[in-house]
Design a protein. Sequence first.
Length: 300
Amino acid sequence: MNLKLYKYINLNSKKFSVKFFKQRLPFIYILFNYFYRKFIVNINIEDKEILQFHKSGFVKIDMSFKNEIEEYKNKFFINDQYIKDGIKKVPLELNEIDKINLILKIKEKLLPFVKKLENYFNCEISIPDVTIWRNYNHNDALNLDKEHFSNHFHQDSYLMTYSKIFVNLMDINEEDGPLEVVPRENRNSFIKSFNYKDRHNYNVLGDKSLIKKNVGKIGDCCLFSSPQIFHRAGVPKNFRDNMQIILVAIPKRYSEKISNIDNAKLFDDNYDLFQKFTKPYSIIKVVKLFFVHLKYKLNG
Ligand SMILES: [Fe+2]
């Protein structure tokens, strides 16, 4: 009996968080985000996109990378081995020079928006990681025992200082398996309607009107707070090509290594550089990190 009770109040359990806080995140991350939203972010701004992001955790950005993507889309290539192995999520490769030039152009265009985000997060924003990939069709869309590419509803286990920008590398319609998000304000209704218990345990036939699909044109982009909102990758009829840009809010004196990442290295796995600040592994570290942000806010 005691053992069971202990399991029940395990604050690290995501099932516990879903049951009591309607979020699939470690409890301490939920707490961090709550206080971060209350005391750190700046919402005294008249910027529709940022306010929408704050409210819903998702916003389509009024910016198009159509020209940039059109210029490079025929240069993407796929390692045949992945296809032979039947992998459903495969990296889209570009040669080194093309990678660097493409990301340079995208970063330059994004800069004014990143500045606005720095104001919102009250913190410097760095881009530590970029991924380009293709999702293929599979027949397990309704099978919750098998997941091929984050196609079950989940939240990313990070603090809200970790966000993502998605750029469409093709026109994406309903049948192309767009990213699906549950806006923050729909979270409770979503848990209820989908009888959501865990990533592999919910009713796939819940109320679809609670879900927003990121359909759009080539070059369109959206910002979303993957730790704050439930989301999943839709299953395409054929395939979907996407670019993901990670953004992290880390005070400057800790983030120099990240802001100095060479553009060519952005496509490597740089998780080790930003894990400490966006996915800390102990309660003490999370609390300390919160006070780092708070101090930053108070000292201007
Ligand atoms: Fe995710």
